[in-house]
Ligand binder design. Structure first.
Ligand code: PLP
Length: 367
């Protein structure tokens, strides 16, 4: 059995003609920078997300960066982020000279714990970046209430959750800035790097559009602020326009695959917990087991790809050594990072493949 961790080839086979047509259109017009496809994609995805505006950009990392720049984050400001996430969430804070302050996570959802965030607020705290880890939204009602009580802003790192829902509304429309990524392995991926920020405020939108292109003003060589080169390529916008119609069906398929895993595991490992008010897009399907190394070795021997998300919480990373984080600071994410790992997850996994994967996990001797 040839099982892929994320099967982009199976997906490509289904949309090959649409991708070719869309890309050929860009080549014919040769408008590679901010061509018509970019605005078309922004309009389509803003309508899908239910926000007034969408600003496309060069990656999920730059999406976070643009939001922080629009918020005028300054050196010395503190931003609370979960320690259990991809490094980009905290990296952008540090790149702007501000200080990421790490919070612990909820043991069931693996999303940031509102209680932990509360204990990290200081007079220097400016805001919170919540992450929708593995594809399910964080506790936005709880986080927004806490942010409002303390005069903080709230950003949504929805790099893994584009297309999910929270209490009936589409992700990432839950906060002032909903940031997502179109990295190929994300639920909606392009064929390179890409990202987007969703917002409802015209002022935030205008600021991010300016920061995206070197802080440009109204005329071309008029610069109002220091920005970045953060545009989405027209070719990537064309790829996304070709993939987007399929994505809507893929969200349902991802849920089916997750349901099948849960049914086949039948309680033998800790499967993802999704709050009843959430629908996840399952960017990853991560399980917890007693002896992860034994299980992963058995899977590899049987040709089942698997990967650890995330082996080391951010407060213990060398990159953030100066912040003084140490083992024991954030017990929940430290415990989770010891025994969690991701199984193959994509919309085109078959039941037979899933049965093979589940059998390999359960006969490994490590559960
Ligand atoms: C992938 C990811 C990012 C960064 O997205 P890129 O497009 O790779 O820059 C940020 N945050 C989280 C949680 C991610 O998973």
């Amino acid at each position: 059995m040839n099982i892929q961790f994320i099967d982009l080839k199976r997906q490509y086979a289904m949309i090959k003609d649409d991708v070719a047509t869309r890309m050929q259109g860009v080549l014919d017009r040769s408008a590679y920078i901010m061509g018509a496809e970019v605005a078309e994609l922004e309009g389509e995805l803003a309508a899908f997300a239910g926000t007034k505006y969408a600003v496309s950009c060069s990656s999920g990392t730059d999406a976070l960066m643009l939001a922080l720049m629009a918020l005028d984050l300054k050196a010395g400001d503190e931003v609370i982020v979960p320690a259990f996430t991809f490094i980009a969430t905290a990296e952008v804070v540090a790149l702007l000279g501000a200080v990421p302050v790490f919070a612990d996570i909820d043991e069931k959802t693996y999303n940031v714990s509102v209680e932990s965030v509360k204990t990290k607020i200081t007079p220097a705290t400016k805001g919170i970046i919540a992450v929708d880890i593995f594809g399910a939204a964080a506790d936005y009602d709880g986080l927004q209430a806490l942010a409002d009580q303390n005069g903080l802003w709230l950003i949504q790192d929805a790099a893994q959750s584009f297309g999910a829902t929270y209490k009936g509304s589409r992700v990432p429309s839950q906060t002032r800035f909903g940031c997502t990524s179109f990295f190929p392995a994300k639920p909606l991926g392009c064929y390179g790097d890409g990202g987007m920020v969703f917002c409802d405020s015209k002022e935030d939108f205008d600021l991010m559009c300016s920061f995206r292109v070197h802080g440009k003003g109204l005329t071309k060589y008029d610069n109002d602020r220091v920005g970045i080169n953060g545009r989405l390529d027209t070719l990537q916008a064309a790829v996304l326009l070709a993939k987007f119609p399929l994505f809507k069906q893929e969200i349902a398929k991802r849920q089916q695959v997750a349901d099948t895993y849960a049914e086949l595991f039948d309680g033998r490992v800790v499967v993802p917990f999704v709050e009843s008010h959430n629908e996840s897009v399952f960017a990853q399907y991560c399980v917890r087991v007693r002896d992860r190394a034994t299980v992963m070795d058995a899977l590899k021997a049987k040709g089942v790809p698997c990967a650890i998300y995330y082996p080391k919480p951010l407060h213990l990373q060398k990159a953030f050594e100066e912040l003084g984080g140490k083992k024991g600071d954030l017990p929940v994410c430290e415990a989770v990072s010891e025994d969690i790992f991701g199984l193959p997850m994509h919309p085109y996994l078959t039941r037979a493949e899933q049965q093979y994967i589940v059998d390999a996990v359960c006969s490994s001797g490590g559960i």
